[in-house]
Ligand binder design. Sequence first.
Ligand code: ANZ
Length: 930
Amino acid sequence: MSTDAAEIPAYRYTAELANQIEERWQRYWEDHGTYHAPNPVGALKGDVPADKLFVQDMFPYPSGAGLHVGHPLGFIGTDVFARYHRMNGRNVLHTMGFDAFGLPAEQYAVKTGQHPRKTTEENINTYLRQIRRLGLGHDERRRISTIDPEYYKWTQWIFLQIFNSWYDVDARKARPIAELISQFESGERDVEGGRKWSELSFADQQRILGEFRLAYMSEAPVNWCPGLGTVLANEEVTADGRSERGNFPVFRKSLRQWMMRITAYSDRLIDDLDRLDWPDKVKAMQRNWIGRSHGARVRFAVGDESIEVFTTRPDTLFGATYMVLAPEHQLVDQIATPDRVADIAAYRRAASLKSELDRQENKEKTGVFIGAYATNPVNGKEIPVYIADYVLMGYGTGAIMAVPGQDQRDWDFAKKFDLPIIRTVQPSEGFEGEAFTGDGPAVNSRQENGLSLDGMAIDDAKKTMIGWLEENGHGHGTVQFKLRDWLFSRQRYWGEPFPVVYDEAGTAIALPESMLPIELPEVDDYSPRTFDPEDANTEPSPPLSRATEWTTIELDLGDGLKTYRRDTNTMPNWAGSCWYQLRYVDPVETERFVNPENEKYWLGPRTAEHGPTDPGGVDLYIGGVEHAVLHLLYSRFWQKVLFDLGHLTGDEPYRRLFNQGYIQAYAYTDARGFYVPAAEVVEENGKFFHNGEEVNREYGKMGKSLNNVVTPDEMCEKYGADTFRFYEMSMGPMDVSRPWATKDVVGAQRFMQRLWRNLVDETDGSLRVTDEEASVEALRLLHKTIAGVHDDYANLRYNTAGAKLIELNNYVTKHYSSGTPRALAEALVLMLAPQAPHVAEELWSKLGNDGSLAHGPFPKADEQYLVEDTVEYPIQVNGKVRSRVVVSASASQDEIKAAALSEEKIAELVAGGEPRKVIVVPGRLVNIVL
Ligand code: ANZ
């Protein structure tokens, strides 16, 4: 087809025309505040209908590369949903912010000396330009950025709330620390060592409170690399203990850092998953991450000492034939016999070189007997104690009772060290040669004149054993979690400063709220200080420690002017994203982080709508499954603390979660393995060529490194934003990953052009809409489409909604070549609007409507056209179709039979006799056997 400009009619829906329309409507929306969602109170106050919807995207980190076509998939998906509901009369909150602290801008700053704020703000502007062009219906008054002091002021404020609270286990909730202090003061709660609270020094009081606070300081082991001057993540350390980057030695070092006591919420974080409308997969990932195991703690005596173990299988106690301590366990030195000391030291050295992951892998078991014997409390047997690296210090008590009959790791160890194996669960018939982990009746589990588990199934046996342990003082039932407290300090510049100072004794003191925000000071060098690579005795010195004017501060915190030190660490990147939904609700509120009335309206529980256990939260949160665990767990934790303290009405941040798929792309490598520009590759007979040279096709992520990036800007340029949006939504169900194919965008473009052409004369721009009544057949299709599209939009099935619109449009093309009946034209435009809002607005105004369609109307299906009122039945006689009969769609089987038999031709064939059988297949056919 020729694309000669001269041949293109002036009013064809080309990219150029689309771009003009899009520009114009984007300006209109901005000028009219079309997407402003009113709040019940405060600066954004307006008329609020009870019916609201809060839709949220996982906000982006504004990287230097800008957006590629993969990024907006979720953004457009939420926009379609938001637009659909807005058109149906709901007050819809949809906006977007930026998760703007982070490492890339800081690394760029180290390299170039440019302030990370500058880089970040430039990137944000690029993003804003790109998303504006996509026509996303955001309430732009509600944009936030985590790096704005007005935002992080409240991140710091929340930190102080968490710092100033403790978890009351009995009440199952966080309470203000002041209430704990009064308990200590009044004597309601004992102070350690039986001392009086008022007699303790300030430092001692704070140390004790630190054991309760939900944000507390603790020594945590880190990977310290003096040569780079930074702490490294495990993934950045090579197997031989050096830095991946630079190959410097790395040392394990304990560092005093901020921790968040998320473990206090383990139970609630697991239990409340049941109240959320989230993908099962994500819930399962969170459950695993938190890792709740029910079991028991059991004490085994070793001389005057005792070893406490955690076991999930107290029912197997009669089969415990040896014990294992983690090599690092403190008891080892106390109970080992002198002759074993040298072997123990050697084994510990070897174990210290292995990572936790290595130790958990199912490899050849190793270990060392330490000379000690422990007494099994159920049968008094003396069993040997080993150290072995398959037992980890960081889980349970760092010690186990080994039951080779029921645990495969213990089986392997027992085989290697020739230790006894006693089965305590009867394996199924023919089972042998390994540990039996299935259920079955307990065996070999009885005391001479006492406790017996024999014959019991595992659950019963467990309960019985726990009862016995508790009665006899050997242990107790317990719950163990895998979840660890959250390490909350980073040795970085580009993050939120901590709103605390330290006195000369090193005690952390919260700064008063009136001093917030604590702003990041300027520094002239963003790189951390480096040291002699071999010197393990050095300490990280983060970039903020260079701001010497800032790090020391004179303050009067109530007891006279004193000198304090600031924290030179910053908060982790997760902090700002833990609560942004709350700030979207009230972005310009200055007195509070969110006004409670606004919070209640947008995020509070709605039991009438969602059922009695509704926790509240964002109505739809869309993002990638890569955030299934950390981000979503951290923000749930913050929400719960703020809820417990009475600041919020809902105890979950995100009522409904949806994971969108990814846009993937082909990439092409040449003979040398280099990625060639994907846009320049041509296909011939199933082979791929770049500059005439055959290249190899791969399939994967879209990205700079694969040389296959397609930007939304290019697509808007070439096709217009609406076509791009429609194409992305039509590629498949929202939650499925899909390959990008620029050449297919043209399919979406043809549809848009056909629809346009059905309504607008391409040569003179006049309306091609008539006042002719649509036929009953057309109305049937129309209302079926409306009903289906409603359902599709409400359930995020945009691709099938699109397919229905295409079908309806094709019908119009075929049956109304001389002009489209208004009823069809209007409905098509309105239904298209969520996906292609600009062109829909343009056509809507061409149809003679004032203003925007953003707030509706959305077409409603008319029931009378939804019932198919007649059905035509083919009639078979002895397997051959002989005739047809039309009956009412509501006809009963007998009526259909009667109608078929009285049909002229059939009556002739049957000719007065009695047919052997008449079978009616409802909606399909009538079958007569003579
Ligand atoms: C005896 C036993 C018998 C066990 C049996 C299991 C099966 P989960 O389910 O992951 O919580 N264990 C406890 N602490 C450990 C540690 N620090 N390092 C390595 N292993 C440890 O696992 C709990 C089980 O893992 C515990 O129950 C313990 O072995 C082991 F038929 O005790 B069991």
